[in-house]
Write a protein that binds this ligand. Structure first.
Ligand code: NG1
Ligand code: MG
Length: 518
């Protein structure tokens, strides 16, 4: 499946978005001209996303269910030929981000300082990923030589909002670099795979959900993304119920700066999950070490899951019952976690070294060398319980979506069931994964009180957005509850415009696209 080329905005956006998008694109292209004195040649675009269910399990290689949204990241690009050394000039339509210029090393990797919070790092990550791929593709007698690019960026995915502005930026950048360097056809999966690895260079050991949704987005559909045995994305239709279902996102106005908080939040969770996988493998004396997989640390809970059940099958030990159904396997893993990862208070490094039979040096190499983390206690029990139960919820959500399409009753029960799964996710994120915050909890409570069927944080959490499944006739009630019970109370000076930006009815949008400028 290849990245589509669009010739009109109608191919990218829904009808009612054109009135807003047209002037936005026009101002991007005229802004480009005034910035560089010549016209852009093409626009590369990739989308933000809302995750409906499956939170913090992509890096453990479990399936997730996001959708792309209409908010996106645009890169207007030209390829100037008159420069001596290949170089990048990049500016942003948002004045908050200063213009940058740098040379592209012709053989080495482009350098990214993950410790500095620099907006152009996201472009560099895309550039790095695309260059690696181009080098591989053109390794013959005419090796890859990067071209210069002039770029103007315009993004309207809220930053630090859990709608994945970062992945939209990295994917659109990698796509732009491919196109600028003459790679006219690019596979969607190829683009996603390079973007996943590339984004980690920015300092966060992320999974692959965001890039998958950003690139594969399909107007009107949700996406079912699996990572094992390899990346696979299928579209999933929404059930056709009489009672129309609407997803609304609300921004808590707490910006979660994932890069800054990574050592105690996101990256620490990735490490905890990987340690849990290693420890479970050790406890159950698996005969072989867990295979290296595509997760950020190479050893994932899904890796343990598959190895454990494979081994059960192969020894055909009658005292242990083999389970082939995926959902039952997950339930078994929940039970094993409860029975064997018993330390509610967490595990110290010293305890883990003893339990894993490794030295402190090895522990640090395996779990702490990619990015620094800060923790005294590793909460393996809670994190693994979240991951396994969340994977179960994704399976149930998916099944409900699929089974219901032919259902012609009002669909209320179905929406309630879907909503209930979302509510359980929120509970698990709050209590077991500890990635919510009081503001997100509050927005969820208010929404449920006003008629939402399901409310949960979306994305990494610790701030940012939450997503709500709301029957259409309750949308106004839910908005009112937030405005009066949250926004106006917490931010008395909040403007109408800010409110409009904070509360968004999210429609499933299309993914990465190239747009030639004539
Ligand atoms: P955010 O912070 O919302 O972009 C992150 C990760 C995802 C996934 C979710 C939690 C990146 C690029 N994305 O999303 O891979 O793990 O959190 O489900 O870091
Ligand atoms: Mg992000």
């Amino acid at each position: 499946m290849e990245i589509p080329t669009a010739s009109s905005l109608n191919q990218i956006y829904p009808e009612d978005a054109i009135a807003f998008q047209k002037p936005r694109w026009e101002s991007l292209l005229s802004g480009f001209k005034s910035q560089y004195g010549h016209s852009a040649e093409f626009v590369s675009r990739s989308a933000g996303r809302v995750n409906l269910i499956g939170e913090h399990i992509d890096y453990s290689l479990y399936e997730v269910l996001p959708m792309a949204v209409t908010a996106d990241l645009l890169l207007a690009v030209s390829v100037p030929t008159e420069t001596d050394e290949p170089r990048i000039r990049i500016a942003n339509a948002n004045g908050k981000y200063p213009a940058r210029e740098f040379e592209i090393p012709s053989e080495d990797e482009v350098e990214i300082d993950a410790t500095s919070h620099e907006w152009s790092n996201y472009f560099k990550a895309g550039l790095r990923g695309a260059s690696q791929l181009l080098r591989k593709k053109r390794s013959g007698p005419h090796p890859f030589k990067p071209v210069s690019m002039d770029i103007l960026v315009d993004g309207n995915v809220p930053q630090g909002g859990g709608l994945s502005s970062s992945a939209a930026f990295v994917c659109a950048s990698a796509l732009a670099v491919m196109k600028a360097n003459g790679q006219e056809t690019i596979g969607k999966r190829e683009l996603v795979e390079i973007a996943i690895v590339a984004e980690r260079a920015v300092g966060v050991n992320s999974g692959g959900m965001d890039q998958s949704a950003s690139v594969f987005g399909q107007r009107g559909s949700a996406l079912y993304v699996s990572f094992k045995p390899h990346l696979n994305v299928t579209t999933l239709n929404f059930p056709s119920t009489k009672q129309e279902l609407v997803f609304i996102t609300a921004h808590s106005m707490v910006t979660s700066d994932k890069q800054v908080t990574a050592p105690v939040c996101y990256n620490l969770r990735v490490v905890e999950c990987s340690i849990a996988a290693s420890l479970l493998a050790r406890i159950f004396k698996l005969s072989r070490p867990l295979p290296q997989d595509s997760g950020p640390l190479g050893v994932s809970l899904r890796g343990f899951h598959d190895a454990y059940f494979e081994e059960l099958d192969s020894i055909k030990d009658n005292t242990k019952t083999s389970v082939s159904d995926f959902q039952l396997q997950l339930e078994k893993l929940v039970q094993l976690t409860e029975d064997y990862l018993i330390q509610e208070e967490g595990y110290t490094r010293e305890q883990l070294c003893a339990l894993l039979g490794i030295s402190m040096d090895e522990f640090k190499t395996r779990f702490e060398s990619s990015f620094p983390i800060r923790a005294e206690h590793f909460m393996l029990r809670q994190r693994a319980l979240h991951v396994f139960t969340e994977a179960i919820r994704v399976g149930k959500f998916m099944k409900l979506m699929q089974e219901s399409s032919s259902d012609d009753d009002s669909g209320e029960q179905l929406l309630r069931d879907l909503g209930e799964l979302m509510n359980l996710t929120q509970e698990s994120c709050r209590d077991l994964y500890e990635c919510s915050c009081p503001e997100l909890d509050e927005l969820c409570e208010l929404a449920r009180g006003a008629g939402a069927y399901g409310s949960r944080l979306t994305g990494a959490g610790w701030g940012g957005c939450c997503v709500h499944l709301v029957p259409k006739e309750k949308v106004e009630d839910v908005k009112k509850a937030w405005v009066e019970g949250y926004y106006k109370k917490k931010f008395p000076d909040i403007s109408e415009e800010q409110l409009e930006e904070a509360i968004v009815v999210s429609e499933p949008g299309s993914g990465a696209t190239l747009f030639p400028v004539s």
